[in-house]
Design a protein around this ligand. Structure first.
Ligand SMILES: *Cc1c(COP(=O)(O)O)cnc(C)c1O
Length: 386
């Protein structure tokens, strides 16, 4: 007997392939793509995305923390590189990463010193990337620390190998940050020069996230760290508009991987003048036909979509009526002939030429598409489809 969840998230292999081709065409063959798979691959599941990426020849993955690296190592092929961009809890995790050949950002001198000591004790070579603070003001080595860092690296080159030098931009998805991003690019070049002057040169430079890689070609350098765009989403409307003309001419576009689907669990008719669901936020003003869908805020369908969200049934866009409950929504299907129990309901994705995009879904629920993706509950099954 197969017991199923009340909804399912489909992940499109052909959309992923399209997106990697899009990015490669744009960046050229000299730029390596590191697939950013933090946040369980932006809600898509690392177990789905790593194999899809590897099928497209991607062999470099970026995660946030040691536990995410651990999850990735279970799935990735032998030769694939895993890089931790952020947090490592303790020496045990650091030692595990060194022994597994997982590389990681160094943004504090202390982490480098620990790394050297541990690598020496383990008799293994640690692989590190130097993260430079250029103005994002989160993590990163400041200019005054670079001489010391370079000194340590040169002295302990037998146990620590610097693979790259990197930084992260503070909002490359918005023109409002243009000056700040340009200043960061300048500071990054300065840091790379300082390091080279101190004997640490020839490194793989990687600074660009999706938005930077799509709109600031000079930030692509040897490698880019692409998250949201590989999943088929634009980092912002500005980024989309920036690329629009060129993409139109070349007939290319990003395609979303994700569709979220459920089925009608019940239908019913109510007369005019009836409140629908909890409270009195929706009053019928004519006899209406309703469909109940078994997805609510416990399943990631935000309560702020009450009286506000839309779904697709039989190729028609229909509205959420009344409040979203923990496990259900009620939608109005009065004008859609023949709706019956078991009909497919598309919460995100396409149906017969209509589409509910995550972007529109997010606007309605006032969330960033990044956040909505990351919040899709882990327990909704993900299946890879054609
Ligand atoms: C998340 C992240 C990225 C990828 O960002 P996208 O906008 O999803 O492409 C790149 N670099 C760092 C350091 C990140 O944290």
């Amino acid at each position: 007997m197969a017991i199923k969840a009340t909804s399912v998230i489909e992940i499109s292999r052909s959309a992923y392939k399209n997106n990697i081709k899009y990015l490669r065409d744009l960046f050229g063959s000299g730029v390596r793509i590191s697939s950013v798979i933090k946040g369980d691959a932006y809600g898509h599941g690392v177990g789905n995305i790593i194999p899809l990426a590897e099928q497209q020849g991607i062999d470099h993955f970026s995660v946030f923390s040691a536990d995410e690296a651990y999850a990735a190592v279970q799935v990735a092929r032998q030769g694939s590189e895993i890089m931790v961009m952020g947090h490592i809890n303790d020496d045990d995790e650091l030692a595990w990463m060194i022994s597994q050949g997982v590389s990681f950002f160094v943004f504090e001198v202390e982490r480098l010193e620990k790394t050297i000591a541990l690598a020496r004790r383990l008799g293994q070579v640690a692989k590190v990337h130097l993260e430079i603070e250029t103005g994002f003001n989160r993590t990163g080595l400041v200019l005054s620390e670079l001489e010391r860092v370079a000194g340590l690296l040169v002295a302990h080159g037998d146990v620590v190998r610097v693979e790259g030098v990197c930084t992260h931009y503070a909002g490359a998805e918005s023109v409002a940050n243009h000056l700040r991003v340009n200043q960061q690019i300048g500071r990054f070049y300065g840091a790379v020069q300082t390091l080279a002057g101190a004997g640490v040169g020839g490194l793989t430079r990687h600074t660009a996230c999706s938005a930077a890689a799509l709109t600031y070609p000079e930030t692509r350098m040897e490698m880019v760290r692409v998250g949201i765009a590989q999943y088929g989403f634009w980092p912002s409307q500005e980024t989309f508009i920036f690329r629009y003309q060129d993409d139109l001419q070349r007939g290319r576009d990003l395609k979303r991987l994700i569709s979220w689907k459920s089925r009608v669990m019940a239908v019913k008719e109510v007369g005019s003048g009836e409140f629908i669901g909890y409270g009195n936020t929706f009053l019928s003003n004519r006899p209406m036909k309703l469909a109940i869908v078994p997805v609510g805020y416990a399943n990631g369908f935000s309560r702020s979509l009450s009286n506000n969200g839309h779904v697709l049934i039989r190729g028609k866009r229909v509205s959420v009526l009344g409040n979203v409950t923990m496990n259900t929504i009620t939608v109005g299907v009065t004008d859609v002939p023949g709706v019956a129990v078991g009909d497919e309901v598309v919460l995100i994705g396409k149906q017969k030429g209509q589409a509910i995009t995550v972007a529109s879904f997010c606007e309605m629920s006032n969330q960033l598409n990044y956040q909505l993706l990351a919040r899709l509950p882990e327990k909704i099954p993900r299946v890879v489809v054609r």
